[in-house]
Each structure stands twice: as structure tokens, then as C-alpha cells.
Design a protein around this ligand. Structure first.
Ligand code: ZN
Length: 189
């Protein structure tokens, strides 16, 4: 790994930088949690423990991030490290669905959020800096757009059977397939 080209050196530096950022974030979060958990301990144990936990979490996360970054940057064909770079990114719109989410507020009004959910086919192209091999990865992704929220004021139900029935039907509507239940892919039998 000593004869890396400039491209590979740059790539490794970028992966290292991302890994460091993640490590610092993880260390800070873990350290704060440790300070909170060790709140009842004496100063030395509390701060010493928090520092150790922060460092351990930071190194672990940055190591994992560097490892996964290195792996995805390794050319599957020639095995060169830090050689794959994304050279193209193509999105194709597959479908658009209108979605709605109803959320009851504490004052009994209802917050209604509507949006359009686009399902996209994405094809990423990666090129190896060493052997110039071109590989592609394709996946599906969803994206929200035109999100709007309206608050519907609470309407007390009228005292007759008809509106009671309607309310029950409405409650049934709200239950199944919440907006977050993404689109099922291939089903297994
Ligand atoms: Zn290669």
C-alpha cells in the first residue's frame, strides 16, 4: 500500500476525514451520556470515566467508518485500494404517490400533513482510477416533495347514530399502512 497514486492518497484522506468527523461526533455523544450516567460519582471517576468512554467510542466509530469507507472504495476488479470514485449518478422517476398523515394534537385538533412521495431508480457509476474498470450500483430510493401541513380544528361529534358510524369508519382508515411503511419490495413466500 506504499505505491498509491495521488488520486488514491486523496481518496484515503477524504475517507479518513469522514471517519474522524464521525468519531468526534460519537465521542462527544458517548462522553455526554457517560457524564450523565456517572452523575452520582465523585469528580475523578465521573470525568475520568467520561473521557475514557468518549475516546473508546470515538476510536471505535472512526475505525468502523474508515473500514467501511475503504471497503467501498476498493476496486472489485483489480483490488486496488482507495481507487473507486463515483463518476455518474442517474435518477429515473418510477412513480409518484400522494400521501397523507393525520396526527391528533393535544388540543384535539388534527394536524394533516400531505406530500408527494417519488420513488426513484438510481444508478451510480463508479470508475477505478487504476484499471479504469467501470461498475454500476443500482438501488431504489424515495423522496418527499411538496410537503404541506394544515391544522384542522376539533369538531365535536353530533349526537346521532349516523355521525358515530362515520367517525368509526374514519378511525379505521387511519390505522393501516401508515405513511412510513415504505413500499414493500420483493415478497418472500
Ligand atoms: Zn481497478
Amino acid at each position: 500500500m506504499t505505491d498509491l497514486s495521488q488520486d488514491q492518497v486523496d481518496k484515503r484522506a477524504a475517507i479518513q476525514k469522514t471517519a474522524t468527523i464521525w468519531g468526534v461526533i460519537a465521542g462527544a455523544v458517548a462522553g455526554l451520556i457517560a457524564l450523565w450516567i456517572l452523575g452520582g460519582q465523585g469528580g475523578a471517576v465521573r470525568y475520568g470515566g467520561a473521557v475514557i468512554i468518549a475516546l473508546a467510542a470515538g476510536f471505535l466509530v472512526s475505525w468502523a467508518s474508515f473500514k467501511s469507507g475503504s471497503k467501498s472504495a476498493q476496486c472489485p476488479k483489480c483490488g486496488a485500494a482507495f481507487s473507486l470514485s463515483r463518476s455518474d449518478h442517474v435518477e429515473t422517476l418510477v412513480s409518484s404517490t400522494d400521501k397523507e398523515e393525520r396526527e391528533e394534537q393535544t388540543d384535539k385538533s388534527t394536524k394533516v400533513t400531505t406530500w408527494t412521495e417519488d420513488t426513484l431508480d438510481v444508478v451510480d457509476t463508479y470508475t477505478c482510477a487504476k484499471c479504469a474498470d467501470v461498475s454500476t450500483k443500482s438501488y431504489k430510493t424515495t423522496r418527499r416533495r411538496d410537503e404541506k401541513s394544515v391544522v384542522e380544528p376539533f369538531e365535536p361529534p353530533r349526537e346521532n347514530a349516523k355521525s358515530g358510524k362515520r367517525a368509526a369508519a374514519k378511525a379505521d382508515d387511519a390505522k393501516p399502512d401508515g405513511a412510513k411503511a415504505g413500499n414493500p419490495r420483493k415478497r418472500r413466500r
